[in-house]
Design a protein around this ligand. Structure first.
Ligand SMILES: [Fe+2]
Length: 264
């Protein structure tokens, strides 16, 4: 069964694992952070720059990375238990806020049989290097979750689909809350202000509401549901002049392969 079909069949299992976003402080020590910073430059075959996300990515295979850095895999297994051998994710370097999105398997990737036993589980985002050292970088995790593919949200025409492998949604349907109940595609955007979300217009924010906001700190990891909408934000009175290098990884649970009975 394809990843897309798995998301429908195992919908309740995915919802049952939902929980509020949280931070694990001091998950990485200084040496581990250094190893992770170096890994992107030693192992990237190419770099990718996309206007849609406003960042530069050194392209590496996350599952190869987990194999190469067994200590990393062990650390995540200690927190999450068993997960599928395939992970997705990327390094990024950016000076810009990221708009609201869900990091998951993209529409095109979903056709790849390698994902046929995957369902969404958890995501982590963590900074590796912040400049200045006390940079005021924040990430907001929304109440809204969406089971399916990688997605960005733009009601207007600010973003263009051709720049992103993430599916661009002009209408925000299909949001559910932490219990799996349907959520409206629009609301009064009580949490929005232009200063707080410089790259998201009020119109585009309508549909989202904040579950929690975390400040990024090197060494900590932010853990959240892989289906959870999130965006970077800037708290009132804080400076938006910073550069960050970080990483996001998505973990999946494994579902049983579908046994197709041979026809006689
Ligand atoms: Fe993300």
């Amino acid at each position: 069964m394809s990843y897309t079909d798995n998301c429908k069949t195992y919908r309740q299992d995915i919802i049952d694992r939902f929980e509020p976003a949280y931070v694990i402080e001091n998950f990485f020590n200084e040496k581990e952070i250094e190893k992770l910073i170096k890994y992107q430059f030693k192992n990237a075959k190419r770099v990718k720059a996309r206007p849609s996300s406003g960042n530069i990515q050194s392209v590496i295979s996350v599952q190869r990375m987990m194999k190469n850095l067994k200590w990393l895999d062990d650390k995540f297994k200690a927190v999450f238990g068993e997960y599928n051998w395939i992970q997705t994710g990327n390094y990024y370097i950016t000076i810009r806020h990221h708009d609201a999105h869900v990091d998951l398997i993209s529409d095109e990737e979903a056709e790849n049989p390698v994902f046929d036993q995957n369902i969404p589980f958890k995501s982590v985002v963590f900074p590796l290097y912040l400049s200045p050292i006390d940079a005021e970088c924040y990430t907001a995790f929304m109440h809204q979750r969406r089971i399916g593919h990688a997605a960005t949200f733009d009601r207007g025409s600010v973003s263009k689909q051709e720049y992103s492998s993430y599916k661009l949604f002009r209408e925000y349907n299909g949001f559910i809350d932490i219990n799996g109940n349907a959520m409206p595609s629009e609301n009064d955007s009580a949490d929005w202000s232009a200063e707080r979300y410089p790259t998201i217009t009020k119109e585009n924010f309508s549909g989202f509401s904040e579950e929690i906001v975390f400040k990024q700190r090197v060494g900590d990891i932010m853990v959240f549901d892989a289906c959870q909408v999130h965006a970077s934000c800037q708290l009132d009175g804080t400076s938006d002049r910073w550069l960050k290098n970080g990483m996001n990884i998505q973990f999946y649970k494994t579902v049983e392969p579908t046994i197709v009975e041979p026809t006689q």
